[in-house]
Design a protein around this ligand. Structure first.
Ligand SMILES: [Zn+2]
Length: 256
């Protein structure tokens, strides 16, 4: 039996901890395919206004979980939806996509982004038990420091998604108990590969960030995760099966 097969047999599952299911042409079909392949998928959302509809769309699927988000790139127009976000928060354990974006294009709204992100972290700390998937493009150190200041590790857990940071910033995140969801596109960047080498294996989760990443020229989907695991395993010099098991162990720990 090959690594792939033994990792994919019916007793096991895969993990896509950051996917924008709502942005595919057919979100339900994409989710059903993920469900059939036993890919435990965290469907992130970008605006609280869409929450009730999305909840209904995926509620019947055993392997799909839905995260309540307010995407940093949308904060410029939608900062006021933070009230709605707070109202829906008790309906889920998962929060995201939230965070800060310091890249050109989004930088102008950083003051509003900071206010929203700090509010998200403070409310999560207050209510307790939440798991957050966090965006940190362009300003990883800033994001990690904000998390350290606003969300104590015993009040909520953070998964840094597509995180590309320095050795010391990564160490600070690890010290604070953060996990990291990694995708195959990260392997294309020398800087990201460096960050990957700083991340301890017991903090690794997998993601597609679909449809924003590509596979064979089309948007990546949760069902592509076995391939993501294969590529990441090669980078970490592990067997695919070994990494698949490690990811499941890590997810269990995160959820415990
Ligand atoms: Zn995303």
């Amino acid at each position: 039996m090959t690594d792939q097969k033994s990792a994919g047999d019916s007793a096991t599952y895969w993990v896509d901890f950051h996917c924008h299911l709502d942005l595919y042409p057919d979100p339900v079909a994409t989710a059903v395919a993920a469900n059939d392949k036993r890919v435990r998928t965290l469907a992130v959302t970008t605006t609280p206004r869409a929450w009730p509809h999305e909840r209904e769309m995926f509620a019947h699927l055993e392997f799909i979980r839905l995260a309540l988000g307010l995407h940093p790139e949308l904060v410029a127009e939608r900062a006021s939806e933070i009230a709605l976000w707070e109202r829906y928060l008790d309906q889920t354990r998962y929060v995201g996509e939230v965070g800060l974006d310091g890249r050109r294009g989004a930088r102008g709204s950083l003051p509003q982004q900071r206010a929203v992100f700090q509010r998200v972290l403070d409310v999560c700390a207050e209510r307790g038990g939440k798991i957050l998937t966090v965006h940190s493009a362009g300003i990883p150190a800033d994001v990690v420091q904000t998390i350290v200041r606003h969300l104590p590790p015993d009040r909520g857990r953070v998964v840094l998604h597509w995180f590309v940071g320095s050795k010391s910033t990564t160490a600070q995140a690890v010290e604070h108990g953060c996990f990291f969801s990694l995708n195959a596109a990260m392997l294309q960047s020398e800087t990201a590969r460096k960050t990957l080498s700083y991340i301890p294996r017991d903090r690794i989760l997998t993601e597609t960030d679909g449809p924003f990443t590509k596979r064979d020229g089309r948007p990546a989907m949760p069902v592509d995760i076995p391939d993501t695991v294969g590529q990441l395993a090669a980078f970490f010099e592990m067997k695919s099966n070994e990494l698949a098991i490690q990811v499941r162990t890590n997810l269990k720990l995160l959820l415990s």
